[in-house]
Design a protein around this ligand. Structure first.
Ligand code: PEP
Length: 247
């Protein structure tokens, strides 16, 4: 397994001015490290300025928070995978819980977005995770595996993805999964990936996300099968984000 991945999802925060200030402050604090991968997911309007600010830091990747299912055309307000790639993105978040549960995105749309990302040589970071009611009903595994399989990619393409396990009840709530809870679901996802694509499934990074902060990052990273962290709120401030990336 490769080194851990630290991914920052800024959601709808940090327009171009704030994004430039963030990157300047972060780069002052975070020297290049060969033993980890750092990825920033700014809002689409800030991607160009973040890409420019990172031009001398090949060690930090850029990703887009959402893409259209389509590559171009009459889809006012949408951003396509080819445009994201052109703007410097190498990763695309797909199926984030806010896309699924605030914007009503279906498994079918998520599958199309994974395919759109792959068509444009973007690594899809597919987010999966159960609602609190689903966890309480004992259906976590069923939900997560359904969302995972809905990706419908070819075996070669699955091997190029990243997965983020983000229990919906832990996102932005301050309520984090225990390392044991995370490890159990990560093991389920890993087994499904190996069943799908054999040994190559062992190398697909599986990140944990949901109220990660500087205080709990290390213990979550130490959980068996956790290959990285996807961080929302605690990634918005350069000092805290530096601490997390140094965990
Ligand atoms: C997220 O938005 O992917 C996320 C995990 O948010 P938070 O860290 O704020 O829970």
């Amino acid at each position: 397994m490769q080194h851990p991945v630290f991914a920052a999802n800024w959601k709808m925060n940090h327009g171009p001015t704030a994004a430039r200030a963030f990157v300047t402050a972060f780069l002052e604090r975070f020297a290049p490290r060969q033993d980890r991968t750092v990825i920033l997911f700014p809002p689409a309007l800030s991607m160009a300025v973040v890409g420019w600010s990172l031009r001398d830091r090949q060690d930090i990747g850029l990703g887009v928070q959402n893409i259209s299912t389509e590559d171009k055309g009459a889809f006012t307000g949408e951003n396509s995978a080819p445009m994201a790639r052109d703007a410097g993105a190498r990763y695309a978040l797909v199926g984030h819980s806010e896309r699924r549960h605030v914007f009503g995105e279906s498994d079918e749309e998520t599958a199309k977005k994974c395919a759109a990302a792959v068509r444009s040589q973007l690594t899809p970071m597919l987010c999966v995770g159960e609602l609190l009611a689903e966890r309480e009903a004992g259906t976590t595994e069923t939900v997560v595996l359904r969302q995972l399989r809905a990706g419908q990619l070819s075996h070669d393409d699955v091997s190029t993805m990243a997965i983020a396990y983000e229990p919906v009840w832990a996102i932005g709530t301050g309520r984090t999964a225990t390392p044991q809870d995370a490890a159990a679901v990560h093991a389920t996802i890993r087994a499904a990936l190996v069943a799908l694509i054999g040994d190559r499934g062992k190398d697909v990074p599986i990140l944990y996300g949901g109220s990660v902060n500087a205080g709990n990052a290390r213990s979550l990273l130490d959980a068996p099968g956790v290959n990285g962290l996807l961080v929302g709120g605690a990634s918005l401030e350069p000092e805290g984000w530096t601490t997390i990336c140094s965990a």
